[in-house]
Ligand binder design. Structure first.
Ligand SMILES: [Zn+2]
Ligand SMILES: [Zn+2]
Length: 260
């Protein structure tokens, strides 16, 4: 194929970006969120390395920073001190500017010291400025591989590969912002004492993260689903990892709630 932009090329372009963003979303919920931040899940070091590598290339996230901001969010949840509450900042502001709120908070050294004391860096964390170089490497990977993935001439596919990375980043940022904004205001609550809400369609797009009301009630549970009708796709992967001896979790919180 040599034409610059056919419908098929467009589908490869958007589809590749969406698949990469989904991979990052699953690495976020399984590794960053359930394992590192809340420690309700243990993962094999090889799995941790692969998921950390994926996040480094596709998002540039530094795990300690993510964990600190998120633990602060749980500590103050929708009250003064919450880094991204739609009750304090407004729903639309968190939906569209969540990434700026995150970037502001990670510059706060006190947040890192208070919420991630005694943090142990892994191999990737020890590479200087990895949060900046990671995305450049990720972009280079897509520049080199996208022409082959989409069956395009190199000089057409290469710049598109670069754009795929940015579209992936846009998808990823929006999916995360949806959890922090709409999943604190719109949806249903299994646990009415929590302001966070569950939204099934967001859960479907975010590997189960949209079951945010369940998660706020049982933050250390490796499982986010509380009802049989709720879909927690990451939980399916976690069960497979456990069956393969690559994961372990405490039988606590939602993991012990019987299906209604
Ligand atoms: Zn929340
Ligand atoms: Zn959490």
């Amino acid at each position: 194929m040599t034409s610059a932009m056919t419908l098929e090329t467009l589908l490869w372009f958007v589809g590749t970006a969406f698949v990469v963003a989904q991979a990052s979303t699953f690495c976020t919920t399984i590794y960053l969120h359930r394992c590192l931040t809340h420690t309700g899940l243990k993962l094999h070091p090889a799995l941790c390395f692969l998921m950390h590598l994926e996040l480094t290339l596709a998002t540039g996230i530094v795990p300690r920073e993510w964990a600190a901001v998120h633990r602060k969010h749980h500590r103050f949840s929708d009250e003064d001190g919450d880094p991204h509450s739609p009750y304090l900042e407004g729903l639309w502001n968190v939906l569209f500017f969540n990434v700026l709120m995150y970037k502001k908070e990670i510059k706060n050294q006190k947040t890192l010291e208070t919420f991630t004391p005694n943090w142990e860096d892994d191999f990737l964390d020890r590479i200087p400025k990895i949060g900046k170089f990671g995305p450049i490497l990720g972009q280079a990977t897509l520049v080199l591989t996208f022409p082959w993935i989409a069956g395009l001439d190199f000089w057409i596919g290469a710049p598109m590969g670069y754009a795929v990375w940015w579209l992936n980043a846009g998808f990823y940022v929006l999916l995360n912002a949806m959890i922090n904004s709409i999943c604190h205001k719109v949806g249903y609550r299994n646990f009415p004492n929590q302001k966070a809400t569950n939204l099934r369609w967001v859960a479907l797009l975010t590997g189960g993260e949209g079951l945010h009301n369940n998660h706020h009630e049982f933050p250390m549970s490796a499982r986010f689903r509380a009802k049989a009708s709720e879909l927690d796709l990451a939980w399916i992967f976690i069960r497979i990892f456990k069956a393969l001896g690559l994961a372990d979790y405490k039988e606590s919180g939602l993991a012990t709630i019987k299906r209604p």
